[in-house]
Design a protein around this ligand. Structure first.
Ligand SMILES: CC(C)(COP(=O)(O)OP(=O)(O)OC[C@H]1O[C@@H](n2cnc3c(N)ncnc32)[C@H](O)[C@@H]1OP(=O)(O)O)[C@@H](O)C(=O)NCCC(=O)NCCS
Length: 426
């Protein structure tokens, strides 16, 4: 790997000027970031709107510069809440917008930006850092592990589609302003209900309603519907577009958010009832999808891919595991030895769970102390939410058991309070 000595790194808050235009630093950073992700170039109004979204998220932008011009690498971080299965949502350090120009790759720019950014996050006291990725091979080396997954599903909505039990409530088409009005409150309920959910950022909403597209033109093919509970309150919504090519005609779900089980099934019933279509595709369905179990024909649902979704990195083991929720009635203790190339999660820890709360203490290394399990930081991140059973990681050779049955015991301690599921990509 080359050296990063010749580059200057600058971190600044995303900013817009008083007249609403993007501040120059933010504008050139955005240009560089968009090129890295193959997004269309923006005109000045588009840049101003994109900058305003970065500002609204509170994003801190980092650039690596060779000259004072455009950054050759981009990186951003901001704070949003993560549902960790406890009553309180946990403010979490989120990393995003990572690009390095191909002409400056493999010289350590990502490593330099990541290590500095994680150091700042740790200094600021964040127990966890998180990201979603475009490639699954990059971030393990920095201590991130896959903590939640989503399913890509293709659902046949022909005459075979029938719910075994009709879902409560009703669905109705809504226009996009109404979607914008009700979506945040519905999402807030979803977010409070699902461990693994990350709060949404400013670009999520316009993207899911078709207002914001890669081409810069609104997608007028997007329609939306809401689900209402028996007392008439909205408890779910879906936005979708129809794909003209292909047979049968297919609906592509952009966003489906349900605050209750009946809203989830009710929205599927609605999608299946749409005439002149025979299939629905969705790429962020829950890994533990109740849909298949709700249908008369199990084979209506095809899972085409299981995608790694949220990647977590534990920065402070006691703080992270004490903030997490535990199933009522869970009790027990286990000793974990964690290795961590960056140091943050390294050590031997006793995790004690009682009355749905954990106490975590650092145990001094002693020659006669044998941990129950040993693992590396990415595996700790993967296990944190309970999104993967430790037995699965043990079978994959990713964690070592020193006490027989320890992986099973850890699985019981970390059982999630509800299925681990989030849909926010950042
Ligand atoms: C991925 C990317 C950010 C890497 O940047 P970079 O500055 O070349 O990375 P570094 O030189 O700091 O390399 C850091 C480490 O990651 C490894 N690495 C970098 N890119 C990788 C990739 N795509 N797959 C696997 N490993 C990768 C390097 O080999 C190096 O490993 P080491 O530290 O064990 O030697 C860059 O290639 C890029 O911009 N890609 C396109 C956009 C993208 O995918 N962004 C990620 C969004 S989630």
């Amino acid at each position: 790997m080359g050296t990063t000595d010749e580059y200057t790194f600058r971190t600044f808050s995303a900013a817009v000027a008083a007249d609403g235009s993007a501040e120059p630093d933010t504008a050139v950073w955005l240009d560089a970031e968009r090129r890295g992700f193959h997004d269309n170039r923006l005109d000045s109004a588009g840049t101003a709107a994109a900058a305003a979204r970065l500002v609204s998220d509170g994003r801190q932008l980092t650039g690596a510069y060779l000259t004072d011009d455009s950054p050759v690498a981009t990186f951003a971080s901001y704070t949003a809440t993560l549902n960790v299965g406890a009553a309180d949502l946990l403010p979490t350090h989120l990393i995003s917008n990572v690009t390095v120009r191909p002409t400056h790759r493999r010289r350590g720019l990502l490593r330099a930006m990541m290590t500095e950014n994680l150091r700042r996050a740790s200094d600021a006291g964040f127990p966890l850092a998180a990201l979603t990725v475009s490639e699954a091979t990059i971030y393990r080396r920095f201590g991130f592990g896959v903590a939640s997954t989503v399913s890509h599903v293709t659902v046949s909505t022909d005459e075979r589609f029938r719910m075994l039990v009709p879902p409560a409530g009703r669905s109705e088409y809504i226009d996009l302003p109404e979607l914008a009005r009700l979506a945040p409150a519905v999402f807030a309920r979803f977010h409070a209900r699902n461990p693994g959910s990350v709060d949404r950022h400013a670009a999520t909403w316009p993207r899911n309603s078709g207002e914001l597209t890669d081409s810069g033109q609104p997608d007028l093919s997007v329609y939306a519907a809401a689900h209402y509970d028996d007392s008439g309150d909205p408890d779910g919504y879906v936005s979708y577009r129809s794909r003209e090519n292909g047979s049968p005609r297919t609906l592509e779900v952009l966003d489906l958010v349900a605050a209750t089980d009946s809203a989830y099934l009710g929205l599927w019933d609605f999608l299946a009832s749409i005439d002149l279509t025979g299939r629905v595709d969705w790429e962020t369905a829950p890994a533990a999808d109740p849909l298949r179990w709700a249908l008369a024909d199990w084979r209506s649902v095809t899972q085409t891919f299981v995608e790694d979704w949220l990647w977590l990195r534990v920065l402070d083991v006691p703080a992270a595991f004490e903030a997490r929720g535990y199933l009522p009635g869970t009790s027990g203790e286990i000793v974990l030895r964690v290795t961590d190339a960056l140091g943050y999660a390294a050590g031997t820890f006793r995790l004690r769970v009682a009355d749905a709360r954990a106490t975590v203490t650092r145990v001094d290394p002693a020659p006669d102390l044998t941990p129950d399990l040993s693992l590396d930081a990415p595996e700790l991140g993967s296990l944190y939410l309970g999104g993967v059973d430790p037995l699965t990681l043990f079978a994959a050779g990713r964690i070592a058991e020193h006490t027989p049955g320890a992986a099973r015991r850890l699985g019981a301690l970390l059982a999630p309070v509800a299925p681990v599921y989030g849909t926010t990509h950042f």
